[in-house]
Design a protein around this ligand. Structure first.
Ligand SMILES: *Cc1c(COP(=O)(O)O)cnc(C)c1O
Length: 354
């Protein structure tokens, strides 16, 4: 990082913070006072600006609206007991954003723009970061093409924005998920590993069908054969089978989740066996029936760990056992949560102090 980066700050005239009910935050609907805005043109990132959060004006011909050159990230900041602001693994999000950028023919964000912009923004809006247990600031960095041009080609101009949402504690009741064998999320050679907007647009309809059938989420299977499980909705999918943590290997069809990475690292540090391998739906169903599949859960920034209670496959529901108090998914949740909150010594260099 250089210390020469200029950031222009245009503070809000009057904070909106008094209008917010911090006891009843709905995920993703409350926005802190400021946002970071950085434009790319003439082959270079321009001076970052911090401005009041609010509407932005663009041409109806803005390319990202038509051809989907749009990528995003999601991460969280917390206040520790001393009131300091901690961000969980932001460099990992930057790396992934830049991998998504390369795949979508977009310019990469320099580390100092991302890290210093984020730092200034969080400092300015630190009063918005809830200190209550379980609450956090959800951080949404994203980039989109901005050329006014109706032609299918990479844009020459882009905008990068970070805005922040204070969010309440995220409780999910154990999920009922359906193994999807018709629709797909991603295929080899495609864009499934990138966090690009179109991936989520495409997932809405099959998810709606699953919701209509009484499930909370989908388990995506591989596009070619529908025989192997890949992810759960917008989370990575993990299992405890016997005494082994099993999850699909990352590759071009799997989103390389930072929560997934963190769960694997903690499991290995605890001496647990970890297998990153293909897992057949047939093996999963058989394992649930014979009791070797002990736990199933999604892993992602929003919930950290989202336990799965039921897996539906070809019209039959298979129930996972109740999680005991010492279940791996509970212990790893506590461990990661304590690291994020600064309650546990951060031996892995995961926490960035603003
Ligand atoms: C964001 C995302 C994840 C989880 O990634 P985290 O970095 O752990 O939040 C998993 N799968 C998909 C499809 C995602 O978009």
């Amino acid at each position: 990082m250089t210390d020469t980066l200029q950031i222009e700050i245009h503070p809000i005239e009057k904070s909106r913070i008094d209008t917010v009910d911090f006891d009843n935050l709905v995920f993703g609907r409350t926005f802190a006072d400021h946002m970071l805005v950085v434009d790319y043109k003439d082959g270079a990132w321009q001076t970052p600006q911090i401005v009041p959060y609010g509407p932005i004006t663009f041409s109806p011909a803005m390319m990202s609206l038509h051809y989907g050159q749009a990528i995003f990230e999601g991460m969280k900041a917390y206040k520790n007991a001393a009131g300091e602001v901690l961000v969980f693994r932001p460099q990992a999000n930057l790396n992934r954003l830049n991998q998504s950028a390369v795949r979508m023919c977009m310019p990469e964000i320099p580390e100092n723009v991302f890290m210093e912009g984020l730092t200034e923004l969080l400092r300015l809006d630190s009063a918005w970061i809830p200190a209550k247990p379980g609450c956090s600031m959800y951080i949404r960095p994203f980039m989109f093409s901005t050329d006014e041009y109706v032609g299918v080609t990479p844009s020459k101009t882009y905008r990068f924005i970070i805005f922040n949402c204070p969010v309440g504690s995220y409780y999910t009741k154990p999920l009922r998920v359906k193994v999807e064998t018709q629709y797909i999320r991603s295929a080899h050679g495609g864009v499934g590993f990138s966090k690009n907007a179109g991936n989520y647009g495409g997932s809405l309809y099959p998810t709606k069908l699953a919701n209509d059938a009484g499930y909370d989420q989908i388990i995506w299977t591989d596009a070619a054969t529908h025989q192997y499980v890949e992810e759960a909705g917008t989370m990575n999918l993990m299992f405890v089978i016997g005494d082994t943590l099993v999850t699909a290997p990352t590759g071009d069809t799997i989103l390389d989740g930072i929560t997934r990475k963190s769960v694997i690292a903690v499991a290995k540090d605890w001496g647990m066996k970890v297998e990153e391998r293909q897992l057949a739906v047939a093996e999963l169903i058989e394992g649930i029936q014979n009791g070797t599949v002990k736990e199933a859960f999604g892993a992602g920034t929003a919930a950290v760990i989202a336990p799965i209670s039921t897996i539906g496959f070809e019209g039959v529901d298979y129930d996972l056992p109740e999680r005991p108090e010492d279940a791996f998914s509970r212990r790893v949740y506590d461990e990661i949560n304590n690291i994020r909150l600064g309650n546990t010594v951060d031996t892995r260099g995961w926490v960035y102090k603003v």
